[in-house]
Design a protein around this ligand. Structure first.
Ligand SMILES: [Zn+2]
Length: 443
């Protein structure tokens, strides 16, 4: 699994068999998901595509895919702001020296693009965001009162995957990572790890992700990891303690740690039954040491902070790939590219349909009118089968400013005032609910 896991957060030593870890899921899980291959469905649904002139492993996002991605990114940014994170932007390039200090150059350079010579300097596309965030922290002095300092970024990173293994959104060369680094005292680590796990749990609930398992990723034999036995012992004890207290079932796996520390990985399985890491939480004593980070303690002296690396959804690419496969394109309403399709029964209701579409747009809902040029009402309903809400407007509804809603799951609601329908849909979308309706509906 090593090359497929999202690893800014978890740069990993090389030399392991990519198929080394077995996923541990029952065959049933694979049968359930085997119907949906995100590469096929993503193209059919006009979510993303690739062009040989742009290159393998460099997908572009079509408007519907971009709408899903934008909703996902907004969810993450809002959740992070509410949890006390502050966002930064940092460049996707850095000098080779930066990665020599962080340890990436000696432990991870095979996964990095070759450096670019620029005069006397060598510039590289970054393989992770951690070193930039460590430098942003170091650029200002910090008091113990500022800790835990939570720094987040949805930022780009790059991996020199070989073209033979690239495909869809899961094996890509350019990655947009939902990343964050928490600089804190040793006493604060457990609470921060626990809070990150809770953010992940809530995100999975909103995203409807069910096929996940927890893994405590530990170092394996050999010299591929930073050599500091006491550091490994302490960080492993911290993560184990949080997992044990959480009551979450987990398995320990040797040889899956980042080169600088152990991690809790949340594993998901794709349509072919292959497992990969979606979310991760890591404890790192190594990079604060390498970058000589410190804060001023209550005693007025300098102390070393600990870095907690965490990602709620991993890379945006892998998260969307997983969501496509998990839902077969029938996304929760808050993520759906089109949330409401408006179906005038005849040409006479077309003006009403267009008014409703504009009203939805003003409310921030993604709505489309599917007119008679798309066929009979039945054909249009079938075509919109993945859209959460289908709003039918016939002569009666138009006269009363009503709408007859059909839900994606087959439920039909009695005609109701348009304002009421939009209020309830808006509330479910704002709550990031996976429910299509919160009240009684005719079967
Ligand atoms: Zn990191």
């Amino acid at each position: 699994m090593s090359r497929r896991a999202d690893r800014c957060l978890s740069p990993k030593p090389r030399g392991e068999c990519p198929g080394a870890s077995s996923c541990g899921h029952s065959p049933d899980v694979h049968e359930e998901t085997a119907m949906h291959d995100h590469r096929k469905l993503g193209r059919e649904l006009n979510l993303f595509d690739t062009d040989p002139l742009i290159g393998a492993g460099l997908p572009y996002w079509l408007p519907d895919g971009a709408a899903v991605r934008h909703a996902l990114e907004e969810y993450i940014r809002t959740a992070e702001r509410r949890a006390g994170y502050r966002h930064v932007y940092s460049p996707v390039l850095g000098k080779r020296e930066l990665y020599e200090i962080s340890g990436h150059w000696s432990h991870y350079s095979d996964d990095m693009f070759p450096p670019m010579d620029l005069g006397a300097e060598q510039i590289v596309l970054r393989p992770s965001l951690c070193p930039h965030h460590a430098l942003i922290y170091r650029s200002r002095s910090h008091s113990y009162r500022e800790l835990p300092l939570r720094m987040a970024e949805l930022g780009g990173m790059y991996r020199s995957e070989l073209s033979g293994v690239l495909g869809g959104l899961t094996r890509v060369r350019a990655i947009q990572l939902n990343d964050a680094h928490i600089f804190c005292t040793l006493d604060q680590v457990s609470d921060e790890v626990r809070a990150a796990l809770e953010m992940i749990r809530r995100a999975y609930e909103a995203l409807g992700i069910t096929s996940a398992r927890y893994r405590l990723s530990l170092p394996g034999p050999g010299g591929k990891y930073v050599a500091a036995p006491e550091m490994w012992r302490r960080s492993t004890a911290l993560l184990t303690d949080v997992l044990d207290r959480s009551g979450l079932p987990y398995e320990a796996a040797e040889g899956e740690a980042a080169f600088y520390g152990p991690k809790i990985d949340i594993q998901v399985t794709d349509s072919a039954g292959r497992e990969s890491t979606l979310s991760t939480v890591q404890v790192d004593f190594h990079q604060p040491e390498q970058f000589d980070l410190h804060y001023i303690g209550a005693d007025g002296a300098k102390h070393r902070p600990v870095m907690v690396h965490r990602s709620i959804i991993g890379s945006v690419e892998r998260a969307v790939a997983h969501l496509i496969e998990q839902h077969g394109g029938a996304f929760p309403a808050w993520l759906a590219p089109t949330q409401l399709v408006i179906l005038p029964v005849s040409e006479a209701e077309l003006p009403n349909a267009e008014v409703l579409a504009r009203r939805c747009a003003r409310l921030g809902l993604r709505a489309e009118v599917s007119g008679l040029e798309h066929g009979s009402l039945g054909a249009r309903i079938r075509e919109a089968r993945l859209v959460p809400y289908q709003a039918v407007i016939g002569a009666k509804e138009a006269a009363a400013d009503h709408v007859a809603l059909r839900l994606r799951d087959g439920r039909r609601l009695d005609p109701q005032p348009i304002g009421d329908a939009l209020t309830r849909i808006g509330a479910l979308v704002d709550a990031h609910s996976t429910d299509l309706w919160d009240g009684a509906a005719c079967p």
